[in-house]
Design a protein around this ligand. Structure first.
Ligand code: CA
Length: 248
């Protein structure tokens, strides 16, 4: 992995912020674990490590409120990453701690399950330190935004303004006419810009009582939503084999 190309002053500023952030890294490949530990420490993060799912869960419990984020390999001996993710998201103590899954190519079905268990993002191996730091930064910013609260009544992202109370959408200041389902879909994706939602998660969020919603109908809604958003529709991205996201 190449070193990050940041200046010395940028680096010291980033390190100061990161200094208060503790990451638990769960990875059974020793070389990768050491490399990640090195890169994360270099960015100023506090790093704890575990080489098995069992140890990861134990460490997470011991770390308590010090734990800010989990980097979790999916393919682990014993309790696998999916089970670790499900357990972390099921514990009161860790349900709000962001989890980024480390996955191999071709693990789309595991990625989908991980997202449905509550994982916040994933990154496919091999990845550069720059991409990893960007993902970590995005997940932490999103979490911070959620904690700061705000009632989420108005969302503004990528030139699109969504007023959840008035059920209005403005694209570059011009009103867009969306159906109730399209509105819910847009509001869901834009409320966590950058996060991938699986089709199942979208179905659960936009489900209209009696109406059956299928994977296929989600795809149809997305196509229609994109068309109505015009240029801004490009922000609604397809993540092949996984789902959809609103570009951050
Ligand atoms: Ca592994």
């Amino acid at each position: 992995m190449a070193p990050m190309s940041t200046t010395a002053s940028q680096r010291s500023r980033i390190q100061q912020v990161n200094n208060e952030t503790t990451i638990l890294l769960v990875e059974d490949e020793q070389d990768l674990l050491e490399l990640l530990r090195y890169n994360l420490s270099r960015e100023g993060f506090q790093v704890e490590t575990a080489a098995t799912g069992e140890d990861g869960l134990k460490k997470a419990r011991e770390m308590g409120k010090r734990l800010d984020l989990v980097l979790l390999d999916l393919m682990l001996p014993g309790i696998d990453g999916l089970e670790v993710c499900r357990t972390l998201k099921g514990r009161d103590q860790t349900e709000h701690v962001p989890v980024i899954m480390l996955t191999a190519k071709g693990e789309e079905s595991d990625i989908v399950r991980g997202l449905e268990y509550g994982a916040d993002d994933y990154i496919t191996k091999p990845f550069s330190p720059r991409v990893l730091m960007a993902r970590i930064g995005a997940v932490l910013r999103r979490r911070e935004g959620e904690q700061r609260g705000g009632d989420g009544s108005v969302i503004e992202v990528g030139g699109v303004q969504i007023d959840n109370e008035r059920h209005e959408v403005l694209v570059k200041g011009e009103p867009a006419t969306l159906t109730a389902t399209e509105f819910k879909l847009l509001s869901l994706l834009a409320s966590k810009a950058g996060r991938v939602f699986t089709r199942q998660q979208i179905i659960e969020a936009i489900h209209e009582g009696y109406a059956a919603v299928t994977d296929r109908s989600v795809d149809v809604q997305v196509v229609s939503l994109r068309r109505k958003l015009g240029e801004a529709g490009r922000s609604v991205e397809t993540v092949r084999g996984v789902g959809y996201r609103f570009r951050d």
